[in-house]
Design a binder for this molecule. Structure first.
Ligand SMILES: [Fe+2]
Length: 127
């Protein structure tokens, strides 16, 4: 049986705020509660299970592959909210997006400093 990535825990200062932020920005269903987690489900059967951390949150990187039309909607929400965004992971190109691999990509932060990314083409897919 092939191995499939199923879920991960996302540490947050406020799991409800952070899970709702992600779900709203990405246009996903509202988070659901499961045990100590607030769960955000994405379409390839993977969930991000937000948990309250009781110390400093160490920012991680989470990237999402989206359709072109979804990219427009998500990028629109990032700009509507006045969030900072960058074309690159080094944050050297603020206020821009990239066209890597013949698609589009952009980075922004969640309320914990987790570094989020949307791309329309997987890394390296341009050949
Ligand atoms: Fe990435």
């Amino acid at each position: 049986m092939p191995v499939q990535f199923n879920h991960t825990i996302v540490h947050a200062k406020d799991k409800r705020e952070s899970a709702t932020f992600l779900a709203d920005i990405l246009g996903l269903d509202a988070p659901t509660s499961y045990g100590p987690f607030m769960v955000v489900q994405v379409s390839n059967d993977v969930s991000l299970d937000f948990a309250d951390d009781h110390g400093p949150v160490h920012p991680q990187h989470y990237a999402f592959l989206v359709e072109e039309s979804e990219w427009d909607e998500i990028f629109g929400r990032i700009r509507e909210r006045g969030l900072d965004y960058w074309a690159d992971p080094g944050r050297n190109r603020p206020g821009e997006f990239n066209t890597n691999d013949g698609g589009r990509g952009v980075y922004w932060e969640d309320p914990n400093g987790h570094f989020l990314e949307i791309i329309t083409r997987p890394y390296g897919s341009a050949g």
